[in-house]
Design a protein around this ligand. Structure first.
Ligand SMILES: [Zn+2]
Length: 258
C-alpha cells in the first residue's frame, strides 16, 4: 500500500542529465543533478516510447526543466516531466570539448552525494558546460571547474600555508605540493612525505586563486601556455590521489593534450 503517495507533492526544478540507463522496454533510469534537490536518481516511465512526456530531454549533458515525485528511502524518485532547455551544442566541433563535457559529468556523478544540495554546484556545472560549448581552450575552463568544485565540496587544497606547520608560504618560486596531505609543504615539513609534486610558482598562484574564489562568476581565467601542461598534470594527479580512484576521462584528456 502506497500510503505516502496520497500526499506526495510534485517538485519542479532545473536539472542536468548525468546518466541514462535502460530499465525496461519502455522505461529509463536517469541520474540528474538538480538545482534545488541535489543529485537524484529517478525512474522515467515510458521514456523510451516514441511519444513520451520527456521528448528528447533525457540525453546525457542535456539541461532540462523537470517535474518529479520524491520518494523516501532507497526507492527511486519518479520523473513525470522533462522539458528540454538546452542540449550540449559543441559549436567548436572539437573532440576535446566533448570529452571535457563528459568529464564534467563524471566528476558530478562521482563526487556529489545524494542529499547534498548546493545550487552553486549546479550553477558551476551549467556555466562550465556553456563555456565548453564555445571555447576552444579547454584546459583553463576545466581547471577552474575542478578547483571551484573542490572548494564548494570542501576538498580544496591549501595553497597558501604549509599544511604541516601552518607557516604562510610567501615564496614565489617552485614549491612542494603534498597530494596526500592536500596542500603545500615547507622545506622542513616535506621531509618523509609521500606523493609530493614540485610545482612552479606560477602554477601555485593559479591554484591558490581558483581554490579561494568563485572566479567563474566574474569570468574565466586563461592559463599561460608555459604552465598549462603542468597545471593539468597536477590537478589530475591530485584528484586521483585525493579520492583514491582512477577517472575514466583523464586518459582521453591526456591523449588529446599531446
Ligand atoms: Zn611546514
Amino acid at each position: 500500500m502506497e500510503r505516502a503517495s496520497s500526499w506526495m507533492v510534485a517538485e519542479k526544478t532545473d536539472a542536468i542529465v548525468l546518466r541514462v540507463v535502460s530499465w525496461s522496454e519502455t522505461s529509463l533510469i536517469v541520474t540528474l543533478l538538480t538545482r534545488d534537490f541535489g543529485k537524484i536518481s529517478a525512474l522515467a516511465k515510458g521514456a523510451r516510447r516514441p511519444k513520451s512526456p520527456f521528448e528528447a530531454a533525457l540525453d546525457l549533458l542535456c539541461r532540462c526543466r523537470i517535474v518529479f515525485l520524491p520518494k523516501s528511502g532507497d526507492v527511486l524518485d519518479l520523473l513525470t516531466e522533462a522539458k528540454l532547455m538546452r542540449r550540449f551544442r559543441n559549436e567548436s566541433r572539437r573532440l576535446p570539448n566533448l570529452y571535457a563535457a563528459y568529464y564534467v559529468v563524471e566528476l558530478m556523478r562521482e563526487l556529489i552525494d545524494h542529499g547534498q544540495v548546493q545550487s552553486a554546484v549546479y550553477d558551476l556545472a551549467d556555466e562550465t558546460l556553456l563555456k565548453l560549448e564555445q571555447d576552444a581552450q579547454i584546459d583553463g575552463v576545466l581547471l577552474q571547474f575542478e578547483l571551484s568544485l573542490l572548494r564548494l565540496l570542501g576538498h580544496q587544497p591549501n595553497m597558501t600555508r604549509c599544511v604541516g606547520c601552518d607557516r604562510a608560504m610567501v615564496e614565489e618560486g617552485p614549491i612542494d605540493f603534498g597530494l596526500l596531505v592536500s596542500g603545500v609543504l615547507c622545506d622542513r615539513c616535506v621531509a618523509g612525505q609521500r606523493q609530493v609534486i614540485r610545482m612552479r610558482g606560477e602554477s601555485r598562484q593559479i591554484f591558490a586563486l581558483l581554490s579561494e574564489e568563485a572566479e567563474w562568476e566574474s569570468g574565466w581565467l586563461t592559463i599561460p601556455d608555459k604552465v598549462r601542461g603542468e597545471c593539468r598534470a597536477i590537478i589530475q594527479r591530485y584528484l586521483t590521489v585525493h579520492f583514491d580512484r582512477q577517472w575514466q576521462l583523464h586518459r582521453y584528456l591526456e591523449d588529446l593534450a599531446r
